[in-house]
Design a protein around this ligand. Sequence first.
Ligand code: D5M
Ligand code: FE
Ligand code: ZN
Length: 494
Amino acid sequence: MGGSLKSAYDALINSGYQVSPEAFAMLGELVDPELVVERLLKAIEGMSERPLIIERSHLESLLKVEKPSEVKLPPTHPVTPPIQAPPSVVVMGGSEDHLIKGTINDFRGYFINRLERLQNILRARADLRDATSVSLIPEGNKQRKVKVIGMVTSKREFKSGGSIVELEDTQGSIRVSFRGDEQMKRKVSRLLMDEVVCVYGSTMNGRSMTGEDIVWPDISPRIRSGGPKRDTYAVLTSDFHIGSKLFMKEQFESFINWIKAENGEGASKEVALNTKYLIIAGDLVDGVGVYPNQEEELLLKDLNKQYEQAAEYLSMVPEQIKIIIIPGNHDACRPTLPTPPIYREYAAPVYSLKNVVMLGDPAVVNLDGVTFLLTHGRSLDDAIPALPNCSFKEPQNAMVELLKSRHLAPIYGEKTPLAPEQSDSLIIDPVPDVFHAGHVHVWGVSEYRGVVVANSGAWQMQTNYQKSMGIEPQPGVVPVLNLASFKTTNLNFL
Ligand code: D5M
Ligand code: FE
Ligand code: ZN
């Protein structure tokens, strides 16, 4: 800590006032914090009603400080240690473990919950307030315009371009025929099985209709509020696959050295020093028996040993950085989504690290006022092949489509096993500021309606299994998000 900053802190602490973390953080942005604090305390002494807590606004208004961008240290200035408020992690969901039997009734309840909640999300749109459910289409004997909300239970697309889609709700179903114009064709091909949408069209009997348009629940454009005022970074990563022979030890160690601020220089070091969060979106270890002939590619064949090594690496991450970990399909955990946190009995050494927060998949966390939705991304295996214009090379595009569906795993019965919990926690609600997944082993960042969408790649080279499936990973690149500016940087450790 620079001399002036330390004296400024001491003066503030000794003044007897409480100081908000934001005000503390702001001091780190100032060229001469000592002078600023001296002037601030003088100004407060002269006030008729003195505040109990010194806030950032006091610093700003009382002293008319220059804008932060103008008082930032120039890049050539020697790097100073971070003066950040402590990390603030508020878990909004994603750590429960329920016992689910998975009876037919459980599944029925699960899908009713999905339907009703997405129905509510759709009806909250001004243009869909008058939408009806499939089984509540009013009786009549002539052609009427309707807006019908239901779950997609079948879809047939014909060579002619036309298509037939079946929509269902709890009480009934309706057959929707679409004509084959280009726009409609594109929309129908985008429809995922088991997702909930609203169809515009006309019907005579309420059992079949002509579809004219499809509306997805979608998200409204985000206007962000909150978030830290000074540069604060969240490092987004996943898919370490520790224990695999193909784990990229050397590159990963250089990443760990970077986060320790031991290598890198200038801007990159400044980023490391101001990193408060390391988010790991699953597949911390390679596990055992996850894919055919995996044992031939395992360096550590014992799951406990894999987590021991993971903990050893994570213990090198500076303690002031909060590490948030959710499970992936290679981790020691229940195989269904939603997934409770990684089992403690296997990952005990990771649990014992003070700065680690273990959450389930999906998880919603608020970090310094910024809401993150975290999921490993298993459903991308189902969604990417089903979506037009999406590929495993750009997983972020499919993630954007999931935001439009407002669901993390719409498709049921393919590769993503779903647990029929009473309430569907895979529905995307609330809408996050950041949507982070991994699993695909290809990194990619995008933005949709103000939401940062990031897939964080991997630290594993191509396995034989991936080779046989034609999967081309792009490991060793780490997206880093500045929570203040919402800009991402991609660090390449190859
Ligand atoms: O997944 C790593 C990559 O391999 C990711 O792109 C998904 C793909 N993958 C994994 N399992 C399958 C199956 N069964 N079919 C097709 N593609 C798959 P990881 O979870 O790290 O193994
Ligand atoms: Fe993985
Ligand atoms: Zn995975």
